[in-house]
Ligand binder design. Sequence first.
Ligand code: ZN
Length: 144
Amino acid sequence: MGKRGQKICKFCDQINGARAYTCKKCGEPFVMKNGRIRYGKKPIQDWTTLKEGDCFRVLSRSGDYFIRQATGDKVHFATTGKYRVKEITYKDGQPHGLACWGLGGRTSGYYWLYMGEQEEPYEIGSVCVRSKHRLVRIKDPFEK
Ligand SMILES: [Zn+2]
């Protein structure tokens, strides 16, 4: 237990305010006094704390995009929807992607989401850019 007025996340040790219902760092929900669990709407601060089986949603206007050449607008084409974590993937020892499963509806099957800090073009000269996705933790839709 934390000091009065604090909650400490048992998954990542982040100190949170007493009234937080999810950890601000990893999005893990705290169990309320009445046994209930609630999820916040804030994006996960540190996505590398996600574990296999955790569920999340991809926020719109985040993730991969292309530049519409006529207007210079960014057009995001990541599928906003619900996913379950399979594993974190690494490049040169750094976490840089999330392998996951779509949970139905708009998403199904296997996905890999780019999570690197630096944006990178799909290939040299491509108008498509890999860009970090913004995620929100959600309740497992298959859990009763
Ligand atoms: Zn946490």
